[in-house]
Design a protein around this ligand. Structure first.
Ligand code: HMG
Ligand code: MG
Length: 313
């Protein structure tokens, strides 16, 4: 790649929160064998990613693609010893999910709320407030067990059923997650409609509400090709944690028009080009996504993977 040209207004280091094994594989129509999932996580960790969201302890009928969480976790148990600092968060919607995650020694968990009513109902079978009430004991119990909790908030920039979502509505729900004890809040553009001005505006609204920007992360799906531009806007706003999915896999089975996430390789290409440290070995990551694309039987969505491996990537 060309020599990096740093931008002094941007952070020196970004932590990538890799969501491919969870957000990516939850959306696959074919079931991916547990050995393939284990190898995917193992290769991502070996490529230098230090936060790899591994799976979800949700209802197996709601997301059959991740119904093998109990089988996957033991396969990953040895990874943190091989890669110091590695965290393998899992999604947990309720206390039943927490019991399952704790039984498998999850290092970190994430709860996932919605800024809109319709998506809360569709994704969690609850109103937005009922979902918050469902998460509260989860966050409390995880805290007591010493397990950090990330809070996701979906539909932060638009909702396929309700249309535009105001920053005030997003901030109100986001504050609820932070106040209940989530250490980090990931702002989700679940359907990939945001543009950079909206991102800047939403971050400013959180800062005005008293939220330090270092507690915020961004989670962009790439439906309209805006994810990288939105990420740059977030970095300019002081964000240093960015969610991405190897090969651009991803989507939510309960969100109409949700497509793949920002591809981790495309993100790394931009960050390294800006001289920003990620700890990621791009060549190893690209090889991993090429391997995963072969497992899934279709080319990678990542422009960087296709550029480096050829169009069948
Ligand atoms: P429900 O049907 O209302 O569940 O689903 P319930 O609380 O009424 O319980 C019904 C039965 O399910 C009970 O069993 C429970 O024990 C069992 P019974 O007593 O009848 O025998 N049950 C469970 N079993 C295993 N594990 C569990 C569990 N919970 C209940 N965790 C529920 C409510 C929340 C469970 C369901 O709606 C669900 O699992 N939803 C998950 C949907 C999901 O995973 N969506 C994708 C992730 S979110 C996302 O992708 C967005 C994100 O990427 C950010 C962005 O892009 O914006 C994070
Ligand atoms: Mg997502």
């Amino acid at each position: 790649m060309p020599d990096p040209v740093p931008d002094p207004t941007l952070p020196a280091r970004v932590r990538i929160h890799e969501v491919g094994p969870r957000d990516g594989l939850q959306n696959e129509s074919a079931l991916v064998p547990v050995e393939v999932k284990a190898e995917f996580v193992t290769r991502l960790a070996a490529a230098g990613l230090r936060t790899v969201e591994a799976t979800s302890f949700v209802h197996p009928k709601w997301v059959p693609q991740l119904a093998d969480a109990e089988q996957l976790m033991p396969e990953l148990a040895g990874l943190p010893a091989l890669h110091p600092g590695l965290r393998l968060p899992v999604l947990v919607p309720n206390e039943r999910g927490l019991d399952r995650a704790l039984a498998h020694h999850a290092s970190d968990i994430a709860v996932f709320a919605s800024a809109t009513e319709t998506f809360a109902r569709r994704n969690l079978n609850r109103s937005a407030d009922e979902a918050m009430a469902m998460f509260r004991p989860v966050v409390e119990r995880a805290g007591a067990a010493g397990v950090p909790v990330r809070g996701y908030l979906s539909m932060c920039f638009g909702d396929p059923w309700e249309g535009p979502v105001s920053p005030a509505q997003v901030v109100r729900h986001g504050l609820q997650l932070l106040e209940m004890g989530c250490s980090e809040l990931s702002l989700g553009d679940t359907i990939g409609v945001a543009t950079p001005g909206q991102v800047t505006g939403l971050l400013a609204a959180f800062v005005r509400a008293g939220v330090p920007v270092d507690r915020l992360a961004v989670h962009f799906h790439d439906t309209y090709g805006q994810a990288l531009a939105n990420t740059l806007a977030a970095l300019r706003g002081g964000v240093t944690v960015v969610d991405a999915s190897a090969g651009g896999l991803g989507g939510c089975p309960y969100a109409k028009s949700a497509t793949g996430n920002l591809a981790t390789e495309d993100l790394v290409w931009m960050l390294h080009g800006l001289g920003i440290d990620t700890g990621v070995d791009l060549a190893a990551l690209v090889a991993t996504s090429g391997w995963m694309a072969r497992q899934l039987g279709r080319p990678s969505q990542s422009r960087t993977v296709r550029a480096l491996l050829g169009p069948s990537g």
